[in-house]
Write a protein that binds this ligand. Structure first.
Ligand code: 8HG
Length: 285
């Protein structure tokens, strides 16, 4: 799919397997909100209004020098048609894929994703969004777009100024201390998330589990949504519920469901999980 310039930004001509609603509502990201005919949000300090009209996707506000950024962010070089074809051989997934046919897994920033999913533990999506937004307002940079204020998610350097108390005031609750410790541990031990990204899925998960407040599910979300580990299979209550209902006996552990999902769907486990998560949440399975 080609990204090109138009007077108000960029557009993807003939965008296939791309539905803004499915992408932004499927649970993988927290910084996009409904606006007019699509979604408005911010990714890596870039604000845009994304909507689909006819077969084109418009990235209003997108700059020409960011064409490569958006191509990567929306994972445009991957053939989701092929992925869906393979997954649809499975009866349950067939329905889930039909429901979320326009999902794409975004390539998000590892640091933002790590902090966001630390906040996600035992939390609900609207509350997670609110907390991530508050942190960005308090510690990120302001950007004006369409006469509205947007705030980038703070960098490691920007977040290093945050005290536990300030983080708690952003609505992070008991997770404030985990965020504080993650930031300070990365700085003190000179941890490179980019380097963790180069490891295989199991080794990378192990490294992420060394952060307090990061359990297997949070680690798997970080691996899938920011480190391109598509064989990760995050199991939260929704995925657990749908897996139990359709695939497994009712009393298996999260760990066992994770192993089962990874075995069953292999290198497509992460994609399968996303279609299932979106389907389960929307259909209240
Ligand atoms: O995309 C997601 N997949 C899974 N498995 N869990 C997720 C995703 N997004 C998301 O927020 N969660 C978790 O679900 C975090 C939180 O525990 C709960 C919110 O409904």
């Amino acid at each position: 799919m080609d990204i090109r310039k138009y007077d108000k930004g960029l557009f993807i001509e003939n965008a296939v397997d791309f539905e803004p609603e499915h992408i932004f509502e499927c649970g993988q990201c927290f910084r996009w909100n409904r606006f007019e005919n699509g979604y408005i949000g911010i990714a890596a300090g870039r604000v845009a209004y994304v909507y689909k009209k006819d077969d084109n996707v418009y990235i209003e506000g997108g700059k020409e020098e960011d064409i490569e950024f958006w191509r990567k962010y929306f994972d445009l070089d991957r053939d989701y048609g092929k992925i869906k074809e393979r997954l649809k051989e499975d009866e349950v997934l067939n329905e889930a894929v039909e429901h979320g046919y326009g999902i794409r897994i975004l390539k998000q920033e590892p640091f933002e994703t790590l902090i966001s999913f630390i906040i996600s533990a035992n939390n609900r999506i609207p509350m997670i969004k609110k907390a991530v937004d508050n942190i960005s307002k308090r510690f990120g940079k302001k950007i004006i777009f369409k006469d509205m204020e947007f705030y980038s998610f703070p960098s490691l350097e920007e977040l290093k100024e945050a005290s536990v108390d300030e983080l708690e005031k952003c609505g992070t609750g008991f997770r404030a201390v985990y965020i504080y410790e993650a930031v300070n541990r990365i700085l003190k031990e000179n941890i490179s998330l980019d380097e963790i990204m180069t490891l295989d899925t199991d080794a990378a998960q192990e490294r992420l589990l060394e952060f307090k407040g990061v359990g297997p599910k949070v680690a798997d979300c970080v691996l899938l949504f920011s480190m391109q580990k598509y064989d990760a299979f995050p199991v939260d209550v929704w995925v657990k519920r749908i897996m139990q209902k359709f695939y497994l006996a009712p009393d298996v552990s999260l760990k066992r469901i994770r192993e089962f999902g990874r075995q069953r769907f292999g290198d497509l486990a992460g994609f399968a999980q996303q279609y299932l998560f979106y389907y389960a949440r929307e259909n209240r399975v």
